[in-house]
Design a protein around this ligand. Structure first.
Ligand SMILES: [Zn+2]
Length: 154
């Protein structure tokens, strides 16, 4: 089976499981456990059967656990920050650890501001300065990087 198909199935399983989890709040109080009842039909069922065959996994539950583990591996080693886009006065940064988007605004030199942290001095502003294109533009407009400010180089 092609790796893309496996990935698509894992992704689909992940979202189905997540949707089911959200719809049926867990009855148990435990936070590290969830009971899932899942109906897999049609093409998805055929794919699941092929996956079971391919990986020689007997149990459906075991196959689902395997898919979750495999899908998780794909996000586990993502970098913490990803540059999403650049605008006139701000940049969008995806924070994979917080699972949120940070918008870093550059107004005046001391007024860089992060929408996520509501801060003038945070890891997202620091990260924005590590992007060569952004740093170049900011320097051309007379901005100083957080490290330059700290070292008193003004
Ligand atoms: Zn921030």
């Amino acid at each position: 089976m092609h790796i893309t198909c496996i990935y698509t199935l894992c992704k689909h399983l992940y979202y189905t499981l997540r949707a089911y989890y959200v719809m049926s709040m867990p009855r148990k109080k435990r936070r590290d456990s969830v009971d899932v009842r899942l109906s897999i039909e049609g093409d998805l069922f055929k794919r699941l059967e092929r996956l079971k065959q391919y990986y020689q996994i007997e149990e459906y539950t075991e196959m689902v656990r395997f898919c979750i583990t495999d899908a998780y591996k794909k996000i586990e080693h993502r970098p913490r920050f990803e540059h999403v886009n650049t605008y006139d006065n701000h940049v969008k940064i995806l924070d994979n650890q917080m699972n949120r988007i940070a918008e870093v605004y550059f107004k005046t030199n001391d007024k860089s501001w992060c929408s996520l942290c509501n801060s003038h001095d945070c890891v997202h502003i620091e990260y924005a300065w590590t992007l060569p294109k952004i740093a170049k533009i900011l320097r051309e407009h007379g901005f100083k990087s957080p490290s330059e400010k700290r070292s008193g180089y003004e």
